[in-house]
Design a protein around this ligand. Structure first.
Ligand SMILES: NC(=O)c1ccc[n+]([C@@H]2O[C@H](COP(=O)([O-])OP(=O)(O)OC[C@H]3O[C@@H](n4cnc5c(N)ncnc54)[C@H](OP(=O)(O)O)[C@@H]3O)[C@@H](O)[C@H]2O)c1
Length: 230
């Protein structure tokens, strides 16, 4: 049994990861912004026999991350998944961009994952060979040019660099850090016309996490296990 902490676990890919890890017999700390509104997660917790607990954590808010770390206490964490994400504004074109939403994209998708790793570092260090996986996007890659989406693409590109740097800094502590493109997934963010289901994506992400070692730390993966050029 491993202990897993997931951000943005109330819907989409995060919820499916929580479901799959729970079904596999793992202990899951499922975090989300508003536990009282997280009905699917509450249902999942109800049938998990105490192996899944729901915790409030807004990854855009330092105090909220610190409070969640306090609630989790000194439990060793084997796998931390930075999954929470936002689009970063409805309009992200050269002509029309919401700069406040751009800053929020960085708070949630770049600084948030860093802060989360920082807050849970004692828990990661307490596990024998901890892993951090950050769900980014193919839009992070310089090899995948895409017009518009300035806020989203730049926040994801930046978190890739942050995670690569963390991989280097945490290597001596036997903590592996990687990034993953989850596929184009049928969620609220991906839309109904996307390529794969959240179940397929989460299954792939879990497989990549299982294979992650300190030798492969710092790499950017696709959900199907291929290396993503970036
Ligand atoms: N779907 C795709 O095709 C696709 C493609 C590439 C990358 N991704 C990435 O995959 C990850 C999961 O996306 P998804 O498709 O599952 O999207 P989703 O269904 O829109 O879910 C996003 C999740 O992030 C949470 N979240 C947003 N802001 C947060 C905050 N400040 N603190 C904590 N949680 C927050 C949301 O919670 P609330 O309910 O509170 O808003 C929700 O649980 C994201 O990082 C996304 O960028 C998705």
């Amino acid at each position: 049994m491993s202990t897993i902490l997931i951000t943005g676990a109330n819907r989409g890919i995060g919820l499916e990861l929580a479901r799959q890890y729970t079904e596999a017999g793992d202990r899951v700390f499922a975090t989300c912004r508003a536990p009282a509104e997280a009905r699917d997660l509450t249902l999942l917790a109800g049938g998990a026999g105490g192996r899944l607990t729901v915790h409030a954590m807004d990854v855009g808010d330092a105090a909220s991350i610190a409070a969640c770390a306090k609630a989790v206490g000194d439990t060793p964490i084997d796998v931390l998944i930075n999954n929470a994400g936002i689009l970063g504004g409805k309009s992200q074109t050269l002509e029309s961009i919401d700069f406040d939403a751009w800053i929020d994209a960085f708070k949630v998708m770049t600084i948030g994952p860093f802060r989360t790793v920082q807050a849970f570092l004692p828990n990661l260090k307490a596990a024998p060979a901890a892993k951090v996986m950050t769900v980014t996007s193919q839009l992070a890659a310089s090899t995948w040019p895409f017009g518009g989406s300035y806020a989203y693409s730049s926040a994801k590109a930046a978190v890739n660099k942050v995670m690569q740097t963390l991989a280097k800094d945490l290597k001596t502590q036997n903590i592996a850090v990687s990034m993953i493109h989850p596929g184009w997934v049928k969620t609220e963010m991906g839309g109904a016309g996307a390529d794969i289901t959240a179940e397929e994506s989460a299954t792939g992400i879990r497989g990549v996490i299982t294979g992650l070692t300190s030798d492969t730390s710092g790499k950017f993966y696709k959900w199907n296990g291929e290396i993503h050029p970036w």
